[in-house]
Design a protein around this ligand. Structure first.
Ligand code: NAX
Length: 327
C-alpha cells in the first residue's frame, strides 16, 4: 500500500466541495491505489463548521477504503500542514452592490493569508490549484505570498472552460468528446477567455477544416464557451458545481499522473511565452508528465487570435494592477 497523500480543500462545505470530496476520497483524482488524507478548511463560523461536520459524517458513511484520515479546521496553518496537493476552492462571492474591485480586494486578503500559510507549512513540492474566483488573480496573489515555493507550484483552473469547449466541438462535429487533441483555451477564467481550435484534431483530421465556419467560431462557439457559467447560473439558480469539481479532478489528475502527450489547458504563471508578461497566471496549452507541466511553445498566433489574447491579457493586467498595493 502506498503512503497516503495529504490533500487540502478550502471552502470544503460549499457546493463545489460537496461535489469534489467524495470523488477525491474514492480515488478518482490521484488513482485507485492512492490513499488520501483530507485536510478541510472552512471559515470560522458556526454554520460553516457545522455543515463541514455533516460532510465529514457523510464521507465516513461511504467507508472509502482509500480515505486514510480527515482533518477539519478554520486555520490555514493546520489545513496546509505537509500537504502535497491544495485545492483552493473557497472564496468570497460577489455580494449585492459589490463592485468588481471590492471583490478583487476581499479575495486578495484571503489568498494572501493562504499563500503565506502554504509558504510556511506545505510540502515544498505542493501542487496548488486555485478554483475560487477570480481564479487567475487569486492564484497570482497566493504565488506572490509564498516566496519560498516555486512559482510553478501555483495554477488556476481553466479546465472547466476547456471541457465545456470540447463538448461544444463534439456537438458541432458529431465526433466523440475524447477524440479531440491539441485544443486549448487562452487567458483568464472569465468571459474574455479565448477557446482556440485552430490546431485541434479529431482522429487525425483538422477540426478547423472539418467545421470550416469562421462565422460560427466568432459568433457562436467563442461566446457560448465564454458565457457558459452565466448560462448555468441562469438555468440552475446556482453556479456550476459538479462540472467545476469534475474539472478540478481532471486538472490535478493530469498534473500528477500525466496527460499522455495530450494538450490540456492550465492557468500557469507565464514564462514569457507568446508575449505574455512573466508571472501573469494565464491559460496556456500544456503537456504534463512526471508531475510537471510544460507550456506548448511556438504556436503561430494570427491576427484574429491576437485580438482575443490581447483582450483577456488586458483584463488580467487590470486585475493585477488592482491588487498591486497588497503584494
Ligand atoms: P459556495 O459559496 O457554495 O462555497 C464556498 C465555500 O467557501 C463556503 O462554504 C465558504 O464558507 C467557504 N469560504 C469562503 N471563504 C473562505 C476562506 N477564506 N477559507 C475557507 N473557506 C472559505 O461556492 P462554490 O459554488 O463552491 O464556488 C466556490 C468558488 O469557485 C467561487 O469563487 C466560484 O466563483 C468559483 N468557481 C470557479 C470556477 C472555475 O472554473 N475556476 C467554476 C465554478 C465556480 O464558479
Amino acid at each position: 500500500m502506498k503512503a497516503p497523500v495529504r490533500v487540502a480543500v478550502t471552502g470544503a462545505a460549499g457546493n463545489i466541495g460537496y461535489a469534489l470530496l467524495f470523488r477525491i476520497a474514492s480515488g478518482e483524482m490521484l488513482g485507485k491505489d492512492q490513499p488520501v488524507i483530507l485536510q478541510l478548511l472552512e471559515i470560522d463560523n458556526e454554520k460553516a463548521q457545522a455543515a463541514l461536520k455533516g460532510v465529514v459524517m457523510e464521507l465516513e458513511d461511504c467507508a472509502f477504503p482509500l480515505l486514510a484520515g480527515v482533518v477539519t479546521t478554520a486555520d490555514p496553518l493546520v489545513a496546509f500542514k505537509d500537504v502535497d496537493v491544495a485545492l483552493l476552492v473557497g472564496a468570497r462571492p460577489r455580494g449585492p452592490g459589490m463592485e468588481r474591485k471590492d471583490l478583487l480586494l476581499e479575495n486578495a486578503k484571503i489568498f494572501t493569508v493562504q499563500g503565506k500559510a502554504l509558504n510556511a507549512v506545505a510540502k515544498r513540492d505542493v501542487k496548488v490549484l486555485v478554483v475560487g474566483n477570480p481564479a487567475n488573480t487569486n492564484a497570482y496573489i497566493a504565488m506572490k505570498s509564498a516566496p519560498d515555493l516555486d512559482p510553478k507550484n501555483f495554477t488556476a483552473m481553466l479546465r472547466l472552460d476547456h471541457n465545456r469547449a470540447l463538448s461544444q466541438l463534439s456537438a458541432k462535429t458529431g465526433k466523440a468528446v475524447d477524440s479531440f487533441e491539441k485544443f486549448t483555451v487562452w487567458g483568464n477564467h472569465s468571459p474574455t477567455m479565448y477557446p482556440d481550435y485552430r490546431f485541434a484534431t479529431t482522429g487525425g483530421a483538422s477540426v478547423a477544416e472539418l467545421i470550416n465556419d469562421q462565422e460560427w467560431n466568432a459568433n457562436t462557439f467563442i461566446p457560448t464557451v465564454g458565457k457558459r457559467g452565466a448560462a448555468i447560473i441562469a438555468a440552475r439558480g446556482l453556479s456550476s458545481a459538479a462540472s467545476a469539481a469534475n474539472a478540478a479532478i481532471d486538472h490535478v489528475h493530469d498534473w500528477v499522473l500525466g496527460s499522455n502527450g495530450k494538450w490540456v489547458t492550465m492557468g500557469v504563471p507565464s514564462d514569457g511565452s507568446y508575449g505574455i508578461p512573466e508571472g501573469v497566471v494565464f491559460g496556456f496549452p500544456v503537456i504534463t508528465e512526471n508531475g510537471k507541466y510544460t507550456i506548448v511553445k511556438d504556436l503561430p498566433i494570427d491576427d484574429f487570435s491576437k485580438k482575443y489574447i490581447d483582450i483577456t491579457l488586458g483584463e488580467l493586467e487590470e486585475e493585477r494592477a488592482g491588487v498591486a498595493d497588497l503584494l
